[in-house]
Design a protein around this ligand. Sequence first.
Ligand SMILES: NC(=O)c1ccc[n+]([C@@H]2O[C@H](COP(=O)([O-])OP(=O)(O)OC[C@H]3O[C@@H](n4cnc5c(N)ncnc54)[C@H](O)[C@@H]3O)[C@@H](O)[C@H]2O)c1
Length: 322
Amino acid sequence: MNEIKGKKVLILGGLGFVGHNLIKFLIDNYSCEIICIDNCINSSPAILNGYLDKITFLKLDAEKLEEYEGHIISSDYIFNLACIQVAHSADDPLEDLRVNASVNLRILEFIRRNKVSGIKKFVYTSSCSVYGHSSKLPVSEQDNIKPLSHYAATKYLGERYTILYNKLFGIPTTTLRYSNVYGVGQNANNPYCGVLGIFIKQALTGDSLTIIGDGEQTRDYTYITDAVKATILAAVHNESTGDTFNIATCKETSVNQLVDIIRLFVNDLSVKQIPERDIDNIRRRLIDIEKINTKLGWAPQVSLIKGIGLTLDWYKKELNIV
Ligand SMILES: NC(=O)c1ccc[n+]([C@@H]2O[C@H](COP(=O)([O-])OP(=O)(O)OC[C@H]3O[C@@H](n4cnc5c(N)ncnc54)[C@H](O)[C@@H]3O)[C@@H](O)[C@H]2O)c1
């Protein structure tokens, strides 16, 4: 990981949940020079209070390459984390396509056309939602891809372009498929990624926890620091080039089990059930992490109970609850 120490790092979507945690980690541990591009459609620079004077922040749509192309040329590492929220992707499929795939293609094409040669790694962040329903669990990188949402379809397109530009033009790229990242810094108003954030906020403010459907649907939850470390490791590791990796825990947890874990920390929880949504109605998700473990030597460190405890503590401070 020390490979990234002091390096210039361009982060698209850097004010988002994963992005701002990545920036803080890179500054605190590796003194990186950070360029953050974000159009603030779903975030605010305030999330980086205390760090803004240590980075270059440009409020820009990532599509406006002409405004930051010098940074593409001079960066050692590029992380593309910009996305529109999954809940909005079906309402505006063309915007979803633009942000998740076209913008990414533009950057890769800029790198190719201009023969940009100093980049050590271009990282595109995709999602385990590309697998859709899987009859085989845990699902691994070579298993069938069956996107069931616009978001999953365009994420898959974004990752294929990313890998293609390695295979055809030798650009050092890698793609990562995150599975339900949660933890400190997550926006509780995000209706999809923030299921745990939403529950924790509801628990701390005395609201009923809203369980969608019967609560027996499962997901594979990844704590934010584990996701951040895996992302950096994938960037610096030679073995990641031209390849795709799941980032998850290979542990399956139902929504009802999440509620039980939160009960360990918060007394007098109430729950209410609401009907299932038509997005992401996948029953079970369990993700194989053998590949990233054997090829890159990564394994998650934070258990779900510990991660929920840390997240609760953070939300208490955010919400001024003693
Ligand atoms: N959080 C998860 O559980 C999860 C799961 C699977 C995949 N992912 C992927 O990881 C990445 C980061 O996710 P996140 O949770 O931090 O998302 P997020 O929504 O919190 O952050 C995305 C950021 O991108 C910015 N953005 C959107 N469109 C932009 C544009 N056109 N130009 C510049 N900035 C733009 C937003 O303002 C926001 O700050 C995304 O690619 C997402 O698809 C996340």
